[in-house]
Design a protein around this ligand. Structure first.
Ligand SMILES: C[S@@+](CC[C@H](N)C(=O)[O-])C[C@H]1O[C@@H](n2cnc3c(N)ncnc32)[C@H](O)[C@@H]1O
Length: 331
């Protein structure tokens, strides 16, 4: 399987432009000549290879390091199989969660980076691979773990969560209306019969909702389960909280999100790090004096062009936000 079939990278040109540089909004001056970039979501390696490639022709490319992290061993093996030579920069691959990128940096003796990138969610390969259980259109065991080396599968998550917990997950991550009823239907069914596969889950829901069960609802349910099983929002929260400390002055953080909850988290984090006042609006003057740690590179999220959406429909919901560490951020 070629890299393109594995996963087509989204907003590739925009990520290169805003993270590594080239145009007007390029990183002005990273103090450290030994530039280090971290791609926390390696996937098919599209962004990773492009970043490494973009550094190649530059002065000091041999001093640059590009680190690719993924929690899915299969993704790392696939990129290794594709070969890692010829970029000029040093490349490192590590199996880890991106929320633990700091441990990877410490392991390699790195204390500042020029760029941090995460492209959230799952790769096309993970969705399409039978046996991973991400696809609701086909019958497969309900696994949905990005890292199959540990943690609860989606089937175990359904088994171990009570009705209230499931309802919360369906409502919050899937925006499912009447999530409580759906959680109740699932728990009732499980008192008679186990839910181990996507066909079991479909059977459970069609018994209750019949022909009224829309495929979109099933898709939302799968999305909610996936986010919960992989702790995706907690991962993003931890990653953002750690990010500023590790960025060199002028270093940039780029996040591509596909879910409104994630995009809101990134937007609010950047705003707060930019020193947005949190004083009571009733106060005559601001007294919170929040430091300006980051400066937003793009105020509005960057979205895919019509052309990209036609070529790669997955890019439709992508939203890229980039921010740069300021001089004031004395950490
Ligand atoms: C959308 S794909 C990334 C695609 C990649 N940018 C490319 O160009 O091919 C998301 C990847 O991130 C990985 N991933 C998601 N959450 C992760 C996390 N918290 N830590 C590490 N890897 C994660 C998934 O396993 C998947 O391979």
């Amino acid at each position: 399987m070629s890299e393109t079939e594995y996963h087509v990278p989204v907003l590739l040109g925009e990520v290169l432009e805003l993270l590594v540089g080239g145009g007007d909004m390029a990183q002005p001056s990273i103090k450290d000549s030994r530039k280090v970039y971290v791609d926390g979501t390696l996937g098919g390696g599209g962004h990773f290879r492009a970043v490494a490639g973009a550094l190649s022709g530059r002065d000091g490319a041999g001093e640059c390091v590009v680190i690719g992290i993924d929690r899915d061993r299969e993704a790392l093996d696939n990129v290794r199989r594709g070969g890692l030579g010829g970029t000029g920069a040093k490349v490192i691959l590590e199996q880890s969660r991106f929320s633990e990128f700091d441990s990877v940096l410490r392991k390699h003796g790195i204390d500042r980076v020029a760029g941090l990138l995460v492209d959230l969610g799952v790769s096309s390969r993970q969705i399409d691979a039978p046996g991973r259980g991400f696809m609701y259109m086909r019958d497969a065991p309900l696994d949905m773990r990005m890292d199959q080396g540990g943690g609860l599968t989606a089937a175990e998550f359904l088994e171990h969560s009570d009705e209230g917990e499931l309802a919360l997950v369906f409502e919050k991550y899937g925006e499912i209306r009447n999530a409580r009823r759906m959680a109740g239907v699932i728990k009732d069914y499980m008192r008679q019969k186990k839910i181990l596969t996507s066909a079991d889950l479909k059977d459970c829901l069609t018994r209750e909702y019949g022909a009224n069960l829309k495929i979109q609802v099933f898709a939302k349910l799968f999305q909610a389960l996936r986010i919960a099983v992989n702790g995706e929002l907690e991962e993003l929260r931890l990653f953002l909280d750690k990010s500023v400390r590790w960025l060199a002055e002028g270093g940039r953080i780029a996040v591509i999100s596909y879910h409104s909850l994630e995009d809101r988290m990134v937007k609010e984090f950047f705003r707060a790090a930019e020193g947005a006042c949190v004083c009571d609006p009733g106060l005559p003057v601001c007294n919170c004096n929040r430091p300006v740690l980051l400066k937003r590179v793009n105020r509005k999220a960057v979205t895919a062009s019509d052309e990209e959406i036609t070529l790669n429909p997955r890019s439709r919901s992508a939203r890229l936000r980039v921010a740069e560490r300021t001089k004031e951020a004395c950490l």
